[in-house]
Ligand binder design. Structure first.
Ligand code: 9MR
Length: 633
């Protein structure tokens, strides 16, 4: 194969153009609906796929890096290899080869072949893979495929800030501007009969998801993920400049502080406000959540929310989440804003002490008006918080606690009882032990050399487990849905979190195989999956169109905007908890197909801070590895 730069055909299809630039974003006018089955049920795969006219040649619809793996998937029952061709502009054949039959992919419920066209190094737009008469959607090959997308993924957080007017130029377009939401969070009372009778100023923070709740445990993992993106870039990676001041389109740009940190501080300030004040019986504990009394209907801009809101009782999990991320913030801001750093460390130490004194205060399941975010097991939160506190403050008590934890220097690769039970993944909002070990492995001098080696080896061992899974899957993704073969709520985030582990393993070993597994996971997110669905808004030939969100509610009411580019859907969820998904005929779906790109499908198609945070992490990582670490927009 010859490598070289390809000139796109004048009449060729331009791939990889954010949809917002081609008619359906800032102008607020709807373009043609994505082809495929948007808004309808997805039947089980297999031979039916053909009958339904589903595309057979599945690619990352955004693109591939010239120097990293390039893998596509073909739905095919054939046992023999098939011929494939790579076409550049004007259908010029530039490479060809034979597919590799890969058998039945269990989560997708269909037989597939694999095309590995990694040797092709040519760049350009509008490439197409063809197998017989079947053609893929067009895609790009280049170092810049994620250069804009990675910032769009981070812009998600500005768009979802509470307590601040979302204004131009930061909003990226007039339709996305809106008045500040929930200024009444200035004084939110305790839930009646919940054991306290004060009100707190809990303004600010990010809305959790499509709803207007703010939940400490989900804020915690989201903050950690974004701060880990920063710590990795500074200590292990080569792309800190890409996160520096002036790189993001936010009001704080120009204040000499890395923009990523400015964005994350918006949430940390809110988390600090959730701590029970001195003088109260549970001083130092942290309220689990603040949300509306009842669920509100869609659409609803945040500033028009009429519901009373309440502070829900403190929990040990929320308290340890604050302890962990405030400790993490304390070390990061030390050289940037000493006063803020000291405030964070003090809050973290106070939270730790309160959690030790109240080690089993568990949030209740169920409830109305907001998510429960309940968690029966908090040993993992204790370990995570102790790790962050140890790294930051070096007090012997944290080190002693750490060393006695069963999670010490380990990275879980199987979710325990609770969310995603039995699924091979390392972390969720509910299962956070791995976060402690990842910080210990990333931050220099957190541990003596021998222990640090053990922590890094645990990261690599977890990555090896995910790599082994990838090899068993026809779709070549480093995850499956456990023995029960059931995708969990937010399945895309389980995958994205595995990609973080794989990415760090590559950092620690220079192992290209791990980086290529990260590439493979992102290929799934961006279209190489059973539904040929790009799960991110504004990108790919079949972009996500209608996530469940109270403001980005264009599908419900055309006066409201579409989602801005860069938001990832929670993705397939075998649970099908929402009535829309149930009524859409999804029952019996193969787990990778239990999804509806419809605003009403809150259990398969919501967006959330803990899902966009790992999306941003992985995109920055890949842009560094495959795009030569270019800084700036
Ligand atoms: O992501 C959460 C998922 O793990 C839970 O199973 C589910 C039900 O408790 O809640 C999900 O989180 C939602 C939260 O409860 C409310 N805001 C939207 C969140 C994303 O769907």
């Amino acid at each position: 194969m010859t490598a070289g730069r390809l000139l796109p055909c004048l009449l060729g299809v331009a791939a990889c153009v954010p949809v917002a630039q081609s008619g359906r974003g800032p102008g607020g006018t709807a373009g043609p609906p994505a082809s495929g089955k948007t808004g309808q049920g997805n039947q089980p795969a297999g031979p039916q796929a053909e009958a339904q006219g589903e595309a057979k040649v599945l690619v990352n619809q955004v693109g591939y890096f010239p120097d990293l793996a390039k893998v596509a998937v073909v739905r095919a029952e054939a046992q023999q290899p098939l011929e494939w061709k790579l076409l550049a502009g004007c259908d010029r054949e530039v490479a060809f080869g034979k597919t590799q039959p890969a058998g039945r992919d269990v989560p997708a419920g269909e037989h597939v072949h694999v095309i590995d066209f990694s040797p092709w190094k040519g760049t350009g737009e509008g490439f197409v893979l063809a197998v017989g008469a079947d053609r893929s959607r067009p895609f790009a090959i280049g170092t810049g495929i994620y250069r804009k997308l990675k910032y769009d993924a981070l812009a998600y957080f500005y768009h979802n800030r509470s307590g601040l007017e979302i204004a131009m130029p930061f909003a990226g377009g007039d339709p996305w501007t809106r008045p500040a939401g929930h200024l009444s969070d200035k004084s939110v009372p305790c839930l009646p009969d919940s054991g306290c009778d004060y009100s707190l100023d809990v303004t600010g923070g990010w809305y959790d998801a499509g709803d207007h709740g703010k939940y400490v445990v989900n804020g915690g993992i989201s903050v950690w993920t974004l701060l880990n993106l920063y710590e990795r870039a500074v200590h292990v990676g080569k792309s800190a400049a890409a996160l520096a001041d002036g790189t993001m389109n936010i009001p704080e740009a120009g204040n000499k502080v890395a923009d990523l940190l400015d964005e994350v501080r918006w949430e940390i300030e809110f988390l600090l406000k959730m701590q029970v004040p001195d003088g109260q019986p549970l001083a130092g504990m942290v309220h689990h959540k603040v949300h509306d009394e009842k669920w509100t209907a869609l659409p609803l801009p945040p500033h028009e929310d009429p519901m009373p809101r309440f502070l829900h009782p403190p929990s040990t999990a929320a308290t340890l989440n604050l302890a962990a991320v405030a400790a993490q913030a304390g070390r990061i801001w030390k050289s940037i804003d000493g006063k803020f750093a000291a405030r964070c460390v003090a809050a973290a130490e106070k939270a730790w002490a309160a959690a030790v004194a109240n080690p089993a205060v568990l949030a209740k399941p169920g409830g109305v008006g907001g998510g429960p975010y309940e968690d029966k097991h908090v040993e993992d939160e204790f370990y995570w918080a102790a790790a962050e506190l140890h790294i930051t403050s070096r007090r012997p008590k944290y080190r002693e606690f750490l060393a006695s934890s069963p999670d010490y220097l380990k990275v879980r690769t199987r979710m325990g009882e609770g969310e995603g039970d039995g699924i091979p993944s390392s972390m969720t909002w509910q299962d956070v032990a791995a976060l402690g070990t990842l910080s210990l492995a990333v931050v220099p001098r957190a541990l003596p050399a021998a222990q640090r080696k053990t922590a890094r080896a645990a990261v690599v061992a977890a990555a090896d487990a995910y790599l082994a899974i990838l090899r068993t899957r026809g779709y070549r993704v480093p995850i499956h849905w456990g023995q029960k073969n059931q995708s969990p709520w937010g399945s895309n985030s389980f995958l994205l979190n595995n990609l973080i582990v794989l990415g760090l393993a590559a950092d620690f070993t220079d192992g290209r195989k791990y980086t290529n597994a990260v590439v493979a996971g992102m290929d799934y997110i961006l279209g190489r999956n059973a539904l040929e669905q790009c799960y991110v808004t504004g990108y790919g030939g079949k972009p996500l169109e209608n996530p469940h969100h109270r403001f980005w509610a264009h599908q419900k009411d055309p006066k409201f905007p579409h989602a801005p580019p860069g938001a990832v859907s929670g993705g397939p969820n075998s649970g099908l908890q929402d009535p829309y998904a149930k009524a859409a005929g999804l029952q019996g779906c193969a787990p990778d197909r239990c999804f509806a790109d419809h605003i009403e499908s809150w259990s398969t198609n919501e967006v959330a801070i803990n899902w966009n945070a790992p999306l941003a992490w992985v995109l920055f990582y890949l842009d560094e590895k495959g795009g030569a670490g270019r800084a700036g927009k």
